[in-house]
Design a binder for this molecule. Structure first.
Ligand code: FAD
Ligand code: NAP
Length: 310
């Protein structure tokens, strides 16, 4: 039995692993892909203290090296559910069951779908959710980016190195993105905006995307814009399906914790983007991970004391 099982190896999970293993706890970190989480799909990170700028995958690798330095064990697996067996928890993947005295959930979230006609049909044929992964396929094409948050605006800027032109379609007349990111987009000659508008349909021929149908939400006017690709950044959905039966999520699926990262199940913690929280960033994920990594140590010590006084 492990002292701690960590589910997910993004910045939150890897930091929890570092803190727990440095406290001499036995730690298993289960990940369904490459360690690094969303950092692997981020071009440049400019707001992680200590680095003026660093590539997302590079930061991911540095964090991974640090996380495993004190003896963390890694396992590949897609966690399907967890059960509370009282003195220990069981974590079930597609082919194995692990036991841990504590569990830290760090599964993050995924991009939300727009839910319009053509989105599924043209996925991978002009519709993308990852500029870093797919941007280079769209050299000299006009691109549409949907959304007004940090992701949409930052990735639109990234795409200008490949595209002939990038048009951001946003449903309001002001962006949600951080001011510094907005200012860069406004100053970029390749970026234009279509305000107060939503993409209603993604159109294409039998092969690829050729454009979008857009509706102005104030005037109801419908127009068509030609485009070789559509990048969708309309927010995030939590990856909490495996934990819903445990009753630790809210109606929208985010996991509720206190500021010690404790869920309503003793010994089960949640950290990073998967939590209901205000600011989803690498820094806040790392902060959450360090708190939970320390808390599991205190929890296990308290359990030991309780056993001794029985
Ligand atoms: P994640 O990074 O999402 O990691 C979760 C991990 O859990 C993943 O590796 C996933 O594979 C794994 N997992 C999920 N479900 C399971 C399962 N069932 N079983 C096993 N493993 C599972 N933040 C910044 O601070 N600066 C930036 O510049 C920045 N740029 C961004 C750009 C984009 C395009 C996006 C989408 C986000 C960006 N962010 C940025 C936000 C930042 O990446 C996240 O806040 C951060 O990665 C959250 O860390 P996390 O560890 O909570 O989750
Ligand atoms: P987000 O902040 O939730 O923004 C989503 C955007 O999509 C909003 O502008 C929203 O419009 C719009 N939207 C939502 N549903 C829509 C729909 N159905 N149709 C059209 N538009 C829709 O999501 P995000 O930009 O992916 O960012 C997620 C988290 O990662 C945030 O915490 C963010 O700070 C973080 N992040 C940070 C950085 C960085 O620090 N450099 C970079 C990327 C992401 P409204 O504005 O009208 O709600």
């Amino acid at each position: 039995m492990y002292d701690v099982i960590i589910i997910g190896a993004g910045p939150a999970g890897m930091t929890a692993a570092l803190y727990a293993s440095r406290s001499n706890l036995s730690v298993l970190m289960i990940e369904r892909g490459a360690p690094g989480g969303q950092m692997n799909n981020t071009a440049e990170v400019e707001n992680y203290p200590g680095y003026e700028s660093i590539l997302g995958p590079e930061l991911a690798f540095k964090m991974y090296e640090g996380a495993i330095k004190f003896g963390v064990e890694n396992a590949y697996g897609i966690v399907q559910n967890i059960t509370d067996q009282g003195e220990f928890k069981e974590v079930v993947t597609e082919d194995k069951t692990y036991q841990g005295k504590t569990v830290i959930i760090a599964t993050g979230c995924v991009h939300r779908k727009l839910g319009v006609k053509g989105e599924e049909e043209f996925a991978g044929r002009g519709v993308s959710y990852c500029a870093v992964c797919d941007g280079a396929f769209f050299r000299n094409k006009r691109l549409i980016v949907v959304g007004g948050g940090d992701s949409a605006v930052e990735e639109a800027i990234y795409l200008t190195q490949f595209a002939s032109e990038v048009t951001i379609v946003h449903r309001r007349d002001e962006l949600r993105a951080q001011k510094i990111i907005q200012d860069r987009a406004f100053a970029n000659e390749k970026i234009s905006f279509i305000w107060d508008s939503v993409v209603e349909e993604i159109k294409g021929n039998e092969m690829v995307v050729t454009g979008v149908q857009i509706r102005n939400v104030k005037t109801d006017e419908v127009t068509e814009e030609a485009a070789g690709g559509v990048f969708i950044y309309v927010g995030l959905d939590p990856l909490t399906e495996p934990f819903k039966a445990s009753g630790i999520t809210n109606d929208a699926g985010w996991i509720l914790t206190n500021d010690q990262m404790e869920t309503s199940i003793p010994g089960v913690y949640a950290v990073g983007d998967v939590r209901e929280k205000g600011l989803r960033q690498i820094t806040t994920a790392v902060g959450d991970g360090s708190i939970a990594g320390q808390q599991v140590f205190d929890f296990i010590e308290t359990q030991k004391d309780a056993q001794l006084t029985k």
